[in-house]
Design a protein around this ligand. Structure first.
Ligand code: PBG
Length: 324
């Protein structure tokens, strides 16, 4: 069919028409809100490069969680800012650490929120890398046991899902094995399967106080030029027992989200990361863009690319706008 019989504009004339023919209907149902928990009580400090995002103690975090739940957002992902850091990230393994305390707080408050925990070493190591260091290199196999133990610590505290973001090879198998050994066979793993070495994590490293103290993450995170390799990473993680696979960042990697969605019949998540958020916030503060419109367009694009689950700092704002 072609013009003049076919006139695509016919279906764009009114909001009612546009609404019924819309292919992707942005929904709060797949949003996950990232949160940063620090020690102590009564603490709440805004991250300067991420307006609206806070580093806060467990009690304050629980207050915000009530709001998150009321907005209809189904879950949160927790990042810990521990009181102490060392070369092995041992503060990530203690039962009364920052993340376990936050999980317990959410549980005590009887919130129904899905609590996902980020499993990684970078927030807990003094050198800021996602694995342990030997001879100035981030070593793979020596890191796996620590990650598995950290995931177990989170599961014991009551996490619903664990999400390894370290990019060590074999970590999904190590975590699955450890969880199963301790009767946590029903705790799903959401693996950051295709995590790229990205400049868009900049503000997060301020938020999580996790900037590497030397070198960078190129020896473990993926090269931005690679697409096929993402499929290999996803296949490998699924083979090791991942239940949900995540692509990160989202915006420069929408093609990867689409490829993963088409190739694998599992839930696909995308992480709309800190730098993607900060760019929107900064431009909106200058009135260079219309924040609401741009945020809803970005989130629609990520869902249209194939991500049913979207981790985003915009979750609360977007949920409010979608409700209105
Ligand atoms: C690492 C981790 C990072 C993010 C989530 N988990 C940062 C990194 O790899 O440097 C980034 C999230 C964001 O930028 O919003 N454990």
């Amino acid at each position: 069919m072609s013009f003049p019989i076919d006139r695509p504009r016919r279906l764009r004339r009114t909001e009612a028409l546009r609404g019924v023919v819309r292919e992707t209907r942005l929904s709060t149902a797949g949003f996950i809100y990232p949160m940063f928990v620090c020690p102590g009580s009564g603490a709440r400090k805004e991250v300067s490069s991420m307006p609206g995002v806070y580093q806060q103690s467990a009690d304050k975090l629980v207050e915000e969680c009530r709001e998150v739940e009321q907005l209809g957002i189904p879950g949160i992902i927790l990042f810990g800012l521990p009181a102490t850091k060392d070369a092995q990230g041992t503060s990530s393994l203690v039962a009364d650490g920052v993340v376990p305390k936050a999980i317990e707080g959410v549980r005590k408050a009887k919130l129904k929120l899905l609590v996902i925990t980020d499993v990684c070493l970078c927030e807990y190591t003094d050198h800021g890398h996602c694995g342990v260091i030997e001879h100035d290199e981030v070593v793979n196999d020596a890191t796996l046991g620590i990650l598995a133990q950290q995931a177990l610590t989170h599961a014991r505290a009551g996490a619903d899902v664990v999400a390894p973001s370290d990019m060590m090879d074999g970590r999904v198998a190590a975590i699955r094995g450890k969880l199963d050994e301790h009767k946590f066979e029903n705790i799903p793993i959401m693996s950051y399967a295709a995590k790229y070495c990205s400049g868009f994590y900049g503000p997060f490293r301020e938020a999580a106080q996790s900037a590497p103290q030397f070198g960078d993450r190129r020896s473990y995170q993926m090269d931005p030029g690679n697409g096929r390799e993402a499929l290999k990473e996803v296949a490998q993680d699924l083979g090791e027992g991942a239940d949900i696979v995540l692509v990160k960042p989202a915006l420069p990697y929408l093609d990867i989200i689409r490829m993963v969605r088409d190739r694998f019949d599992v839930p696909v998540a995308a992480y709309n990361v800190s730098g993607e958020y900060s760019m929107v916030k900064a431009a909106a503060q200058k009135n260079w863009i219309e924040e609401k419109r741009v945020v809803l367009e970005i989130l629609t694009g990520i869902q249209r690319a194939g991500a049913g689950i979207v981790l985003t700092y915009h979750a609360k704002d977007a949920a409010r706008w979608l409700k209105a």
